[in-house]
Design a protein around this ligand. Structure first.
Ligand SMILES: O=C(O)CCC(=O)C(=O)O
Ligand SMILES: [Fe+2]
Length: 348
């Protein structure tokens, strides 16, 4: 680990102690109650029930698990397996896929694509390594940063992201219906144009979990994030600020509402605040797919959700401006999302 300045270190260590204290509480029996939505029969008689469950999960949590989602189970297993095999490669092999950290307008370096280890840069207390790919627009795909020494890797990721695309569209339709809108209300906003990324995270056993977390508390910038996991570690924040573990359910996908969905819904649905912890014995691999607007897409509350008693809480912004304003400014982003005042991210 990188040596840290004492003052900064002390603050971070306090935060991490709090994380661990919470972790202990949240792994107690009965504390893993993140909603589970079963899509079995969603195109038939159960649709009404499913839509109702989604509404409740979105209102109360912003994160939920989905079973019988239609993504072939063998593909889920294969994707996780390929990600695990990649992270098992010697570090010299993984580093061949490294890209430089790009210092954008944010003080924190941003990884665009490729392999990185979180010991670098400012996030040294976040313990782990990642592989990130831009999936769409397709011309931004850089296959040079996909592992080539795992023979099935590319085909598996390509099949997985194609299935994810269908699943996310389906979720957007069900979420639209859960808001009382027609099923294409959300997809119509983006007209099929998204920025999609896949991020595989590996959190190795930490020599000292008391001073490391996998990823600290945050909400995603996305419209929707889908997480594939098979090991404990992901935690979701309840609306009253407590933490619950998202206990892996075999073959389930975790759906996390992102900030853009909060803005689109005029805060009817809030983005899910989450984090990942590490363990001293077990490693953990998760595969996240993020569906985001294009950088120049305007994100404003959906007009059909507004009315005299529901004035717009957000003025609207391009996704690019949102990222530039809040890249590494978690507190500012939270304040903006919560404020309910029509400020523009550009004013931050
Ligand atoms: O590893 C996980 O389960 C969550 C990772 C995450 O939240 C992220 O990469 O944004
Ligand atoms: Fe996240």
């Amino acid at each position: 680990m990188v040596a840290m300045a004492p003052a900064l270190g002390a603050v971070l260590l306090q935060e991490i102690d709090a994380v661990n204290e919470d972790l202990q509480r949240s792994t107690e029996a009965g504390a893993c109650e993140v909603p589970v939505v079963d899509l079995q029969g969603v195109d038939g008689e159960r649709r009404h029930l499913v839509v109702q469950q989604i509404r409740r999960a979105c209102e109360d949590w912003g994160v939920f698990q989905v079973i019988n989602h239609g993504v072939p189970v063998a593909l889920l297993t294969a994707m996780l397996q390929q990600a695990k095999e990649f992270f098992q490669l010697p570090v010299e092999e993984k580093r061949k896929l490294s890209t430089t950290w790009v210092n954008q307008t944010t003080p924190q370096p941003v990884l665009l694509q490729g392999y990185s280890s979180k010991e670098y840069g400012k996030c040294f207390l976040q313990w782990g390594e990642q592989l990130r790919h831009i999936i769409s627009p397709v011309w931004e795909r850089n296959y040079e940063l996909w592992p080539t020494n795992l023979p099935s890797y590319r085909e598996t990721e390509e099949d997985y992201i194609a299935e994810q695309e269908k699943f996310v569209k389906h979720m957007m339709e069900l979420i639209s219906e859960s808001l009382g809108l027609n099923k294409s209300a959300i997809t119509d906003v983006f007209d099929g144009n998204y920025q999609r990324a896949l991020l595989a995270n590996h959190y190795p056993p930490s020599p000292d979990p008391s001073v490391s977390v996998g990823i600290t508390e945050h909400s995603d910038f996305s419209i929707i994030t889908v997480i594939l996991q098979d090991t404990l570690g992901l935690q979701a924040q309840t609306r009253d600020g407590g933490w619950r573990c998202v206990r892996p359910i075999r073959d389930a996908l975790v759906v996390n509402l992102g900030d853009q969905l909060q803005i689109l819904t005029n805060r009817k649905y809030q983005s899910g605040v989450h984090r990942a912890t590490v363990d001293s014995e077990n490693k953990r691999v998760s595969v996240n797919t993020f569906t985001n607007p294009l950088d120049d897409a305007l994100v404003t509350p959906i007009p059909a959700l507004l009315g005299e008693s529901q004035p717009p809480l957000y003025q609207g912004h391009t996704y690019g401006a949102y990222k530039a304003a809040f890249g590494a400014r978690w507190e500012k982003k939270r304040a903006f999302l919560k404020s309910g005042s029509p400020k523009n991210p550009a004013s931050f």
